[in-house]
Design a protein around this ligand. Structure first.
Ligand code: CO8
Length: 262
């Protein structure tokens, strides 16, 4: 099966074009130890490289998306070990993928678990979600991008509050703060909703989807003038694709486009 090679994640194809990757270390509430993280990264990279996949969904269990980095594994690490092994240097893997990742979060998304979710392109939560950066209670700070991504997404004051007090916020608060796209009611199901979004994206032309993802992500990195210029140049470049000719011709002919992903 698709999951056979991974001990800590399950991989399935709930719909054509959609890879569903489920964190599966239930006894530790999906705490991210090195082996678990390696499986997550490999499964995502494999889906990203698979031409039959258009988008990925990343999820955990009902109880926990992920309760953070594995504290027991980190506990005795020395500064020298962390520094010389460049601990967490491979962490930015999701933000380097070409295809969109939709995170479907239920239960705990704490510390590295929230930082993993924050790397996704679209973030959906169930009403049970509990999000936070509790590292301050362990004598450390976030190390997987939480301080930087949160400050850009929800502003300085709210980020300071989360990082310095370790307070856990609810799904509704996360939605109110604009941290997540929406809270999906239990009767619809957060994974189900994420799979539907992924299937919708998988149905579009892949070149345009990759360009859209790249340029939206650039908005968090570049000045407005640079970002606008990058957007316009990528827009121009799409006129060199077959999918642009097909998309606009299909509109004029009042039919559905047939993407060649080229
Ligand atoms: N690491 C290791 N084990 C964990 C973790 C964790 N982060 N979270 C839970 N577990 C384990 C528990 O030790 C317990 O194991 P056992 O049954 O062997 O004792 C099992 O999961 C179930 O947990 P609890 O019994 O504690 O369940 P509760 O329902 O009572 O509590 C909580 C749930 C509130 C989530 C609680 O487990 C908790 O506070 N967990 C720790 C949360 C936390 O502090 N996370 C931040 C970790 S630090 C971090 O993420 C740094 C980020 C660095 C960058 C990213 C790198 C990947």
């Amino acid at each position: 099966s698709l999951s056979a090679r991974y001990e800590n994640v399950l991989v399935s194809r709930p719909q054509p074009g959609v890879a569903l990757i489920t964190l599966n270390r239930p006894k530790a509430l999906n705490a991210l130890n090195a082996a678990h993280f390696k499986d997550i990264a490999s499964a995502l990279k494999e889906a990203d490289d698979d031409t039959s996949v258009g988008a990925m969904v990343l999820t955990g269990s009902d109880r926990a998306f992920a309760a953070g980095a594995d504290i027991k594994e980190m506990k005795d690490k020395s500064f020298a070990e962390a520094y010389t092994s460049n601990f967490l240097a491979n962490w930015e893997v999701i933000s380097k993928l070409n295809k969109p990742v939709i995170a479907a979060v239920s239960g705990y998304a704490l510390g590295g678990g929230l930082e993993l979710a924050l790397q996704a392109d679209i973030l959906l939560v169930s009403p049970s979600a509990q999000l936070g950066q509790p590292e301050i209670n362990l004598g450390v700070i976030p190390g997987g991008g939480g301080t930087q991504r949160l400050a850009r997404l929800i502003g300085k004051s709210r980020t300071m509050e989360l990082v310095l007090t370790g307070r856990i916020i609810s799904a509704d608060e996360a939605e109110k703060w604009g941290l997540v796209s929406r809270v999906v009611p239990e009767d619809i199901g957060v994974v189900n909703a994420a799979v539907q979004i992924a299937a919708t994206i998988a149905d579009k032309g892949r070149v345009a989807v990759a360009a859209g993802k790249e340029v939206v992500n650039a908005a968090l990195e570049l000045s407005l003038a640079e970002g606008l210029r990058f957007e316009r140049r990528l827009f121009h470049s799409l006129f060199a694709t077959k999918d642009q000719k097909e998309g606009m011709t299909a509109f004029a002919e009042k039919r559905k486009p047939e993407w060649s992903h080229s």
